[in-house]
Design a protein around this ligand. Sequence first.
Ligand SMILES: Nc1ncnc2c1ncn2[C@@H]1O[C@H](COP(=O)(O)OP(=O)(O)O)[C@@H](O)[C@H]1O
Ligand SMILES: [Mg+2]
Length: 336
Amino acid sequence: MSVVRRPDELVVDDDEPPDLLAEYDTEETISAVAAALSRRYRVTRVEGDTRAYARLRKLHPDLVFNISEGFTGPNRESHVPVLCEILGLPYTGSDALTLGICLDKARAKEILAYHQIPTARFEVVAPGASAAMLASFRLPAMVKPLREGSSMGIRNDSLVRTRTQLRAHVREIHLAYHQPALVEEFLPGREFTVGVLGNAPAYEILPLVEINHSVLPKGANHVYGYEAKWVWDDPAKPLPILVCPAKISIALNKRIRALVGRALDVLGIRDWARVDLRLDAEGNPNLLELNPLPGILPDPGENSALPAAARAAGYCYDELILKVAAIALRRHGLLK
Ligand SMILES: Nc1ncnc2c1ncn2[C@@H]1O[C@H](COP(=O)(O)OP(=O)(O)O)[C@@H](O)[C@H]1O
Ligand SMILES: [Mg+2]
């Protein structure tokens, strides 16, 4: 069994945005995953770098527990799954195609929209492309990098209320993240994130987590972005921002679960994921994004939605990780 991860030697240059590495797991997370798996399996850690193919080929593990975010390009999260595919190695989680699509939030939204799953109206503005449509885009809007996670490039000021702010922020995304900007209508309602385990047609949807925006500093926008995740949320004194189980009506809970189930299905999500949603002005749930490589901070004192949802369902951290491995092994017919 291998844990595939990032190399340690990554550094951020002074002229790069400070959240450039926000997507990558810390040593603490990687060793917690390895420790959990070690309770049942023999584990070798493998970096998801240029040496990964040769190492995986030599090790030929029974299962690759994939937590690799990759390094470069729009397909970075697909790199390790593709290596596994070439080598015929079973691996946990969604396949390369689903990972690639979900990393490109607009592509994922196109598929959701095709299947009539509500998602905020959006436009993509590539660097150098015409931004004429911004003249008529309904405000307020959220501006984010097209292909990132962990709130990279999503900050308190990503919620724009004027055309000038909108244009400036789109330009900022191009300059700082060297990729298209995704402009989305702002959904002002309550926000939820939903952890899931398993596979179609029997996904296990974990207790819903609400993002309680009211604990953000006074005057802050209701955005669960970089400041909320990494600046205002001091590990020594965590913001009580995740409420699990969310306090919502049975009807809304059912509606969100049904929506999540359909979204997982149409995007081909496997084994585990976390799905972000938010209510629009009318109170209807809309899909924000799907995270097929969900964040998994091991310390229960820190804010991490999937481990929190798993705890609410009765699974401690190690059980969560072992469950994902077992689900993947079962999917491959390697476990009864
Ligand atoms: N269209 C939107 N309307 C309202 N809030 C949004 C919208 N898009 C993003 N947000 C806010 O920004 C946060 C991060 O956005 P998200 O697309 O989930 O990116 P990430 O991949 O960084 O988690 C969300 O959790 C939510 O609080
Ligand atoms: Mg998100």
